[in-house]
Design a protein around this ligand. Structure first.
Ligand SMILES: Cc1cc2nc3c(=O)[nH]c(=O)nc-3n(C[C@H](O)[C@H](O)[C@H](O)COP(=O)(O)OP(=O)(O)OC[C@H]3O[C@@H](n4cnc5c(N)ncnc54)[C@H](O)[C@@H]3O)c2cc1C
Length: 511
């Protein structure tokens, strides 16, 4: 069925950071905006803060099944809600470094150049920080890129155990700093320091997620319509395979098609690639935006290793530990420049989280570890490789054949971090790798670039092959850097939104 009565000017597919930021920019231009979101609003309920419900029972994870390269089926750690993955994110809000936009050679691969520079994004990083309400302290983070204005809010103070940790790291000659965070904490703020945050949804609306900070304020605008439980299943191109003319939708079981002059695909790196591949036709067998063959390739997710520093006689009562980070090794260890990355506090690891990953560990032991550990995250750049790939199999199942790049260098960085924590007074330091089954930092599958033979999108995330199709989510990343992605997704999405606001009618008409 085609919906004749309703013809939006812009269809945005996905309500995560990318889609919401573009909607924010286009709202008020007179364009009618339709946002399609496959999920619903995430309910505010007691289970939001219940580690057993969230981790052991996987209450909020999709029921969908994907498979790995060996054909093993699994339920991915994907969350389909208004606001996308930010409903569960840990609120760390970093700007990438200037060097992250340049090519860099590592012992085990190359981090490619971006077609835009840090300077192109700087004004939009500033705008993103303001919109997300980021709290931070400029001037503490070594290697921090130049900024045109201070953080909108002062940094969140450390709780006692984290302040002690910062001091121990300083004594080791490092430069720990207050981690920038999008939490509404402080006088008049809504954060209640409930103790669950990273990887949990927020019952109080204090987390600066895309729904709360970007989308909610738009929903009363007469030009903005949000359809929840509306999954885009296919994009349709015209007979020349140039312009996209319609999107097919499954709206709560009803099949329909919507025509529009402009489409913004923001379904997340994996699902945006899937939709482009699923839209293949006899005359375009590789799918949309894919004359280069890169769509679905170069999947990255960061090398992420959790480090639990255990002091048997110390109970960790910290409510919000994510106030501390270390970037002294962002450009490598003194004698090993490829072993590099960021260190930051993780949200508290509770017993049920440990049991969800290691089923054989007895409950009392998991709970004891959860209470006695101070939890860090070591994050390194995942180098893009051509064969790291998302595919749609015949029959429609999604296959994720993830090939991480630079694992050995990350391992050396992690061993260094373990030694540091031991020197900082933790006799036992356990490690756990977060794999691709929970693709929390997924990116790179619809990469942007200057050369249409080797990229899908131009510098404004417009498909080289389709003048009215923009892909605006972490899929556009040419490289992953070694810092959390949400603020960079927001900055480029705001930049694309500003560009569309000024130019899209002219652009699409002239191409
Ligand atoms: C537990 C966790 C902790 C994290 N912590 C941090 C952190 O501290 N800092 C940070 O910077 N980043 C963090 N991240 C990563 C960050 O949340 C993501 O990088 C970011 O939210 C991705 O935004 P996006 O717009 O690219 O995609 P998404 O957030 O995936 O948004 C895509 C949206 O599209 C919808 N959708 C998908 N397919 C379709 C379809 N076919 N039709 C209609 N709608 C569709 C989805 O439901 C979703 O709402 C974390 C992620 C997780 C899971």
């Amino acid at each position: 069925m085609t919906v004749d009565a309703f013809r939006p000017d812009v269809v945005i597919i996905g309500s995560g950071v990318g889609g919401s930021a573009v909607a924010h920019k286009l709202c008020g231009t007179g364009s009618k905006i339709l946002i399609l979101e496959r999920g619903d609003f995430l309910p505010k309920e007691p289970e939001n803060a219940d580690a057993v419900a969230v981790f052991v029972q996987s209450r909020y994870k999709t029921e969908e099944k994907w498979q790995d390269a060996q054909g093993r089926s699994y339920r991915p750690g994907q969350y389909y809600y208004v606001g996308g993955h930010t409903k569960f994110f840990g609120t760390a809000m970093f700007r990438f470094r200037e060097s992250d936009f340049r090519e860099e050679k590592f012992t085990d691969g190359t981090s490619p150049v971006w077609p835009i520079s840090y300077d192109d994004l700087e004004p939009f990083y500033t705008e993103g920080e303001r919109l997300f309400g980021v709290r931070g302290a400029a001037g503490q983070d070594p290697g921090e890129p130049p900024r045109s204005s201070p953080y909108p809010h002062a940094a969140i103070p450390h709780e006692p155990l984290i302040a002690d940790m910062a001091q121990r790291m300083t004594h080791l000659g490092l430069h720990p700093f207050h981690m920038p965070s999008a939490i509404d904490f402080g006088p008049g703020g809504t954060c209640r320091r409930c103790g669950t945050c990273d990887a949990f949804p927020c019952r109080y609306g204090a987390k600066g997620d895309a729904e709360t900070r970007f989308l909610r304020p738009l929903l009363n605008h007469p030009d903005v319509t949000l359809w929840t439980k509306a999954k885009a299943t296919r994009l349709i191109a015209d007979s020349d395979n140039r312009k996209i003319v319609a999107v097919e939708i499954d709206r709560d079981g009803e099949q329909m098609s919507i025509d529009a002059p402009l489409f913004v695909l923001s379904a997340g790196a994996i699902n945006s690639a899937v939709l482009l591949l699923q839209s293949a036709t006899d005359s375009l067998p590789q799918g949309l935006a894919n004359q280069s063959g890169v769509v679905g390739r170069y999947l990255m997710n960061h090398h992420l290793t959790g480090l639990m520093g255990v002091r048997p006689f110390q109970v960790n009562n910290t409510k919000f530990p994510k106030t501390l980070s270390i970037n002294d090794f962002y450009h490598g260890l003194p004698d090993d420049p490829s072993a590099r990355g960021n260190l930051q506090m993780l949200g508290n690891i509770a017993g049920p989280m440990i049991r969800s990953a290691y089923q054989n560990i007895p409950k009392p032991a998991a709970n004891w570890l959860g209470r006695h550990s101070v939890d860090w995250l070591a994050m390194s750049e995942d180098l893009p490789t051509h064969d790291s790939r998302v595919r749609v199999l015949p029959g429609g199942k999604i296959e994720v054949n993830y090939q991480p790049g630079g694992r050995q260098s990350h391992d050396r960085f992690v061993r260094h971090a373990q030694r540091l924590l031991k020197r900082a007074g933790f006799p036992l330091v356990l490690r756990h790798s977060f794999g691709i089954k929970a693709p929390s930092h997924q990116c790179g599958t619809v990469r942007m670039g200057l050369d249409p033979d080797h990229s899908a999108l131009n510098t404004y995330c417009r498909a080289h092959a389709h003048p009215n199709l923009y892909v605006v989510d972490s899929g556009f990343f040419p490289s992953s850097a070694a810092l959390n992605p949400a603020l960079t997704i927001a900055a480029q999405s705001l930049r694309v939104g500003a560009h569309l606001r000024a130019h899209w009618r002219n652009d699409t008409m002239s191409l």
